[in-house]
Ligand binder design. Structure first.
Ligand SMILES: NC(=O)c1ccc[n+]([C@@H]2O[C@H](COP(=O)([O-])OP(=O)(O)OC[C@H]3O[C@@H](n4cnc5c(N)ncnc54)[C@H](O)[C@@H]3O)[C@@H](O)[C@H]2O)c1
Length: 392
């Protein structure tokens, strides 16, 4: 494990938390006392403040990168050098260029690589995606994902150079991969329109943004991200298809509401802003946030010699989409997604959206009214004239 901070500890809880046979055997942290504390807490045999030493240990099968964004590339290159399988937290890089170098390096080195995008492994997401893939929503038209909270917990996130960006990069990476999964990861993202601003925090990076990602098949992805949202961690997805709709609230409303005056109150849930009054705790964060299913997929894939659901390639595509979002926020124009490496479909066109009614008409819609009439709205194929028929 590289990094003993916020996400390193979530990951460790997930990896070792359920009498698992997976074990952290080596921990790197910047400070010796943090490394030792992590080693004590998780019963890790070796701790160090030397990155390469932590990776090169012979008992290490796979390296889990839980380091600040500016250190991902250095850590990945060391994994390549020592031929260690590598899984890394999000975002893969601070930009598409960095992500591409990492992708090319792991593939050249021939090592297993996984991208730890936990939010496409939450139980709700897995079930929702299954329904989408079974056709329950028909053709996906729009997939929106929102992640907003009051801002990150460590200094380096707020430093543009170290983090690589603000909330677009930090939170948009989750949202983009969620929408992309619903729309189809083999469908090419073509262009992005994004608004971003620094509305509240005294920082150079954006603290609030909304973006639209257009896909080659005509579907639209949307992300809403903020470091200025008050009220906790708001994680919501909405998917709209020709045959159905999905709304998911992953964190603030999980069906667990609690009131307390604050007596005996402690930690409630990630980024919760209060521990008194009406609260929305989360039963099992490791599961609700997808960490358990994510590591299961990663380690199963490693053992089977297959690829996990999320690889460095996915991280690279996400970074390229976010690069276009940053360009658009500046230019105020739709900006193309520049993907030098694309492994999905090409030349996909918009599916026909016309529903045949009879040889002369397309069906626009049908509706049963409150007074019991069944109405049909039709469009004449040759004249284009719209008409209605009441059939009962
Ligand atoms: N849901 C998620 O997937 C999720 C959530 C939070 C963070 N992350 C990602 O995890 C990575 C680490 O974030 P975190 O929240 O654990 O950060 P953190 O600040 O809590 O921990 C960072 C760790 O890296 C080590 N480190 C080494 N060099 C450092 C440096 N120069 N500055 C700061 N720390 C240094 C620290 O010792 C510490 O153990 C980031 O890439 C972040 O985007 C992912």
């Amino acid at each position: 494990m590289l990094g003993s901070g916020f996400i390193g500890r979530f990951y460790a809880d997930s990896i070792q938390g359920y009498r698992s046979r997976d074990k952290i055997v080596s921990i790197y942290s910047r400070r010796k006392e943090s490394a030792k504390k992590f080693a004590d807490d998780y019963n890790v045999g070796f701790y160090t403040t030397n990155l390469e030493e932590a990776i090169a240990r012979p008992e290490v099968d796979v390296v889990c990168i839980s380091l600040p964004n500016h250190m991902h590339e250095e850590a990945v290159m060391l994994c390549c050098k020592h031929q260690k399988a590598v899984i890394t937290t999000k975002p893969l890089g601070r930009n598409g260029e960095e992500a591409r170098r990492m992708l090319e390096a792991v593939e050249k080195a021939g090592i297993f690589n996984g991208y730890l995008e936990d939010l496409v492994y939450t139980p709700k997401f897995i079930k929702a995606l299954e329904s989408v893939q079974n056709g329950a929503l028909g053709r996906i038209l729009w997939a929106k994902s929102r992640e907003t909270h009051p801002g990150p917990h460590s200094d380096w996130f707020w430093d543009m150079e170290l983090a690589g960006g603000g909330c677009i990069l930090d939170l948009g990476c989750h949202c983009v991969e969620i929408s992309r999964s619903y729309i189809g990861k083999d469908i090419k993202p073509v262009e992005v329109m994004c608004w971003a601003d620094t509305q509240v925090k005294p920082i150079d990076a954006e603290d609030h943004a909304i973006g639209l990602v257009k896909y080659e098949n005509g579907a639209i992805g949307q992300f809403e991200v903020s470091w200025t949202f008050r009220g906790g961690l708001d994680l919501r997805d909405e998917v709209m298809g020709t045959e159905g709709t999905i709304w998911i609230n992953s964190f603030l409303r999980t069906g667990f509401d609690m009131f307390t005056t604050g007596k005996g109150a402690d930690y409630v849930a990630e980024k919760a802003e209060s521990n008194s009054g009406w609260l929305f705790p989360v039963g099992d964060e490791l599961n609700e946030l997808g960490y358990n299913h994510m590591f299961m997929d990663m380690f199963n894939a490693m053992e089977n010699g297959s690829s996990p659901k999320e690889t460095f390639y996915d991280g690279y595509v996400v970074n390229c989409i976010l690069d276009a979002a940053y360009r658009s926020a500046k230019s105020k124009q739709w900006e193309p997604v520049k993907l030098d490496i694309w492994r999905g479909k090409t030349g996909v066109t918009k599916d026909s959206h016309l529903v045949e009614f009879d040889k002369d008409h397309y069906l626009v819609k049908e509706e049963v009214t409150h007074y019991g009439a069944k109405k049909l709205i039709l469009k004449n194929k040759t004249t284009g004239k719209i008409s209605e028929r009441t059939i009962e």
